[in-house]
Design a protein around this ligand. Sequence first.
Ligand SMILES: CC(C)(COP(=O)(O)OP(=O)(O)OC[C@H]1O[C@@H](n2cnc3c(N)ncnc32)[C@H](O)[C@@H]1OP(=O)(O)O)[C@@H](O)C(=O)NCCC(=O)NCCS
Length: 181
Amino acid sequence: MIFSTTDRLVLRQPSAEDIEPLLELNTDPEVMRYIGNGSVGPADRESTAGIVERYRRSWAENDFGMLSVLTREDGRYAGWVTLAVPTFLPQILPAVEIGWRFHRAQWGRGFATEAATPLLAHAFDTVGLDRVVSIRHLDNERSGRVMEKLGLRHTEETTVPSHGGKVAVYAITREEYAARS
Ligand SMILES: CC(C)(COP(=O)(O)OP(=O)(O)OC[C@H]1O[C@@H](n2cnc3c(N)ncnc32)[C@H](O)[C@@H]1OP(=O)(O)O)[C@@H](O)C(=O)NCCC(=O)NCCS
């Protein structure tokens, strides 16, 4: 199901067609460098199919989740954007996080920012959230730029309990979002 169309991108709910490109994305060490403890994966089709299924369920249950992003030019899978509960960082809960992951070949074209824009609007206008956060590895400045371009501001640095890595947390409130629009 198509969620949104932007100048250059189509955002749709995940489907079984995404399993192969998602597997490719999650096993690229450069893409995964700043995710979790930096290890790649999952690297098998079954777990990747499980991810797609979980996100499909998330849309049904919460009215938010992962969106696959395709280029309008050639319909290719470029990556994804997501709204999810960051359970890996219990000290900031309750919270909903916006995030992104794109194939390396597509970096630097503004796709993450372009794709996250309608999803952030959805978080406030349709889901009715009061605040959206985003979380990045301290060295992931590229992702930090996307957060800033979307209007999120740095709020704190903290540690992920499961692997001890340091992360920066960004946030935007409903009022701040409304003031920008
Ligand atoms: C993070 C990611 C989604 C960014 O995607 P993208 O489509 O390249 O993002 P955009 O083009 O919208 O913006 C990138 C910004 O980072 C800037 N940038 C590029 N390289 C950079 C670097 N080495 N250091 C700092 N900023 C950098 C760009 O100049 C651009 O900012 P600008 O528009 O002000 O010039 C992409 O790099 C990715 O998928 N990385 C791997 C997965 C990941 O780390 N996800 C985020 C986890 S928090």
